[in-house]
Design a protein around this ligand. Structure first.
Ligand code: PEP
Ligand code: MG
Length: 640
């Protein structure tokens, strides 16, 4: 037992051998004179930065610096060290690998490689893919004009915007409603974890860089400012004041955890960039990994961003998102509401050039890389207005009697909406079933794809189109639809007088498709597992209802270890995936197989897909770097 509270020649502190927020090689930490360890972590007194110890106790500081170096050399990693000085004598209480932000993890790992202490592979393993998410958070737009209210300690980097709340319960409540909140507290305790987890950012008026709020926020990757002493927080009145300005619960603020600035209002944030050490780690990961990483993108802008993040193609372009744009929706509605083939054809003719432009932009942004375009998938009623809203409008028009033509149009629309309504739309008239009943829709889409391809080929741009048919459960569904696509491609080649190559594949997202994958493979050049629908149909859980209604009970009661829509249920759904891969390749050994459900960006699922022998994963643009690193981890742990 040693005592740091034996007078002014005693003290206690916590220090890191490198900066845990940035990774910079400098001793970083804080201490309190005449105090015990508890006083530092509790955030009751704001400690002094360790640099001051150099002036206050130069010999002790020197000795401490030497010990830091020795411990770090021994463990070959950043250390988090607790120490006490009792009457002028230094004692080391504890050392362990220090928790760090993603930015620090990357900097420390790459620096240690440069210092010859660890290998590139070890460096890659030192960065947790899930933690990279922190770096993919927005930061403050340097051009933004901001009104700085106060400045505190920059405890966890990243910028966040949200409504001010003063309790963890309220943060949780609003967070669950989808609101963005900043949790403001004098200090936090372990009782606040539930609210901290839901908050976009955390701001405290007391405590240092190793206070509870700072440590937890860094671990969660949540932007955080601590020890912002200018804030006068009144938790009961639900407000804080600073320099005569009062901020109440629900008011918007912006915090920048990288600089410690607290700002009034909603500042503009900008998307993250990849550079420096981050780029280096990802390049090392790319050398290691076997899985390719593609992106799910529906616009040229998303495609271009994903490419900057290292995407090696598009694994899923959902064409329905293009149909939803306000300038297209009326034409799409015309197509759906058509009462005969002629009317439908007129609407499709209008959609064709619009879709062609979309595809042209996407192919161009991804030039030289494969692009998988999925033909129309969702139930058609998703494009039509809501029946109740229509009914209200019809009643209003009937009562006013002012616009009989509009009334007739709305009544027709309501009839169609009712005709198209289904008891279980996710199991209803969607996916390839639409292609079977309305082949002209798929034909129009295929034509738009191939005309865009032909135009680009003429410009000398390399394109690798892959056309994907969704929700196939029977080879006889795929066979005729493949024919529609192939015939269209050949017709376009002929008309345009150019040659191009393309492939036609299918999504595997129904249990039946997994168990007869060999038969399906006969008609497919590639498979892409749609693990969102496959999870839905394997569990019999409705994707749209499970998460909101009962899944959290399943997680609380530990019936399921994890949300199966976020992390693949490897024991159930995963078995079907593995079977699908095996059967598919038994019929077609060269079959290219990927995944484009949400799981394609989840590190644990990526590990499973690696082990199952997939060729690629496809995920949202911001998860591409995470997937690149996770794929390298998978290879290092289970070499393929
Ligand atoms: C899937 O089902 O996993 C998939 C990618 O398709 P969507 O989410 O569009 O149904
Ligand atoms: Mg699907």
């Amino acid at each position: 037992m040693v005592f740091g509270n034996m007078g002014d020649d005693s003290g206690t502190g916590v220090a890191f051998t490198r900066n845990p927020a940035t990774g910079e090689k400098e001793i970083y930490g804080e201490y309190l004179v005449n105090a015990q360890g508890e006083d530092v972590v509790a955030g009751i007194r704001t400690p002094k930065p360790i640099a001051t110890l150099k002036d206050e106790m130069p010999e002790i500081y020197q000795q401490f610096a030497e010990i830091c170096q020795r411990l770090e050399d021994h463990y070959r990693d950043l250390q988090d060290i607790e120490f006490t000085i009792e009457k002028g004598k230094l004692y080391i209480l504890q050392t362990r690998a220090g928790k760090r932000t993603a930015a620090a993890a990357i900097k420390v790992a790459t620096d240690l490689v440069q210092e010859g202490k660890i290998s590139e592979e070890e460096a890659v393993l030192r960065v947790d893919p899930e933690q990279l998410d922190q770096l993919m958070h927005p930061s403050l737009d340097p051009e933004a004009k901001v009104e700085v209210l106060a400045k505190g300690l920059p405890a966890s980097p990243g910028a966040a915007v949200g409504k001010v709340v003063f309790s963890a319960d309220r943060a949780e409540e609003l967070g669950k409603e989808g609101e963005k909140v900043i949790l403001v507290r004098p200090e936090t305790t372990p009782d606040d974890i539930h609210g901290m987890a839901m908050a976009q950012g955390i701001l405290t008026s007391r405590g240092g860089m190793t206070s509870h709020a700072a440590v937890v926020a860094r671990g969660m990757g949540t932007p955080c400012i601590c020890g912002c002493e200018a804030l006068r927080i009144d938790v009961d009145a639900k407000e804080f004041t600073v320099d005569g300005v009062t901020v109440k619960e629900g008011d918007m603020i912006t915090i920048d955890g990288g600089t410690g600035r607290v700002m009034l209002g909603e500042a503009k944030l900008v998307s993250p960039q990849i550079g420096g050490a981050f780029q280096t780690i990802l390049e090392w990961a790319d050398k290691i990994r076997h899985l390719q990483v593609r992106t799910n993108a529906d616009t040229p802008a998303d495609a271009a961003r994903a490419r900057e993040f290292g995407a090696e193609g598009i694994g899923l372009c959902r064409t329905e998102h293009m149909f939803m744009a306000p300038d297209r929706l009326p034409i799409v509605q015309q197509m759906i509401l058509a009462e005969n083939d002629e009317e439908r054809k007129a609407a499709l003719d209008k959609l064709l050039p619009v879709q062609q432009d979309d595809f042209y932009g996407i192919f161009k942004a991804m030039k030289g890389l494969p692009v998988t375009i999925r033909l129309l998938d969702p139930p058609l009623h998703e494009f039509l207005p809501n029946a109740e809203e229509l009914l209200v409008e019809i009643t209003r028009l009937e009562m006013s009697g002012e616009n009989p033509e509009l009334l007739a149009e709305k009544q027709k629309m309501l009839r169609q909406v009712r005709n198209l309504s289904e008891f279980n739309p996710m199991l209803g008239h969607r996916g390839c079933r639409l292609g079977i009943t309305f082949p002209e829709i798929y034909e129009m889409q295929a034509r738009a794809i191939f005309q865009a391809v032909a135009a680009l080929v003429k410009e000398g741009i390399e394109v690798y189109p892959e056309v994907m048919i969704p929700l196939v459960g029977h080879p006889k569904e795929l066979e005729p639809l493949r024919e529609v696509v192939v015939n269209t491609a050949e017709a376009v080649k002929e008309e345009a007088g150019v040659d191009f190559s393309y492939s036609v594949g299918t999504m595997i997202e129904l249990p039946r498709a997994c168990v007869i994958a060999d038969e399906i493979a006969e008609h497919a050049d590639f498979f892409s597992f749609g693990t969102n629908d496959l999870t839905q149909t394997t569990f019999g859980f409705s994707r749209d209802d499970a998460e909101g209604k009962f899944l959290h009970h399943y997680l609380e009661k530990k019936i399921l270890p994890e949300n199966p829509f976020a992390s693949l249920d490897t024991e159930g759904v995963g078995k079907l995936v593995a079977q699908g891969v095996k059967l598919g390749r038994s019929a077609k050994p060269e079959l290219k197989v990927g995944v484009c459900g949400e799981h394609g960006g989840d590190p644990r699922s990526i590990d499973f897909f690696h082990q199952t022998g997939l060729n690629y994963v496809s995920c949202s643009p911001f998860r591409v770097p995470i997937a690149r690193l996770a794929a390298a981890h998978a290879q290092l742990k289970n070499p393929r």
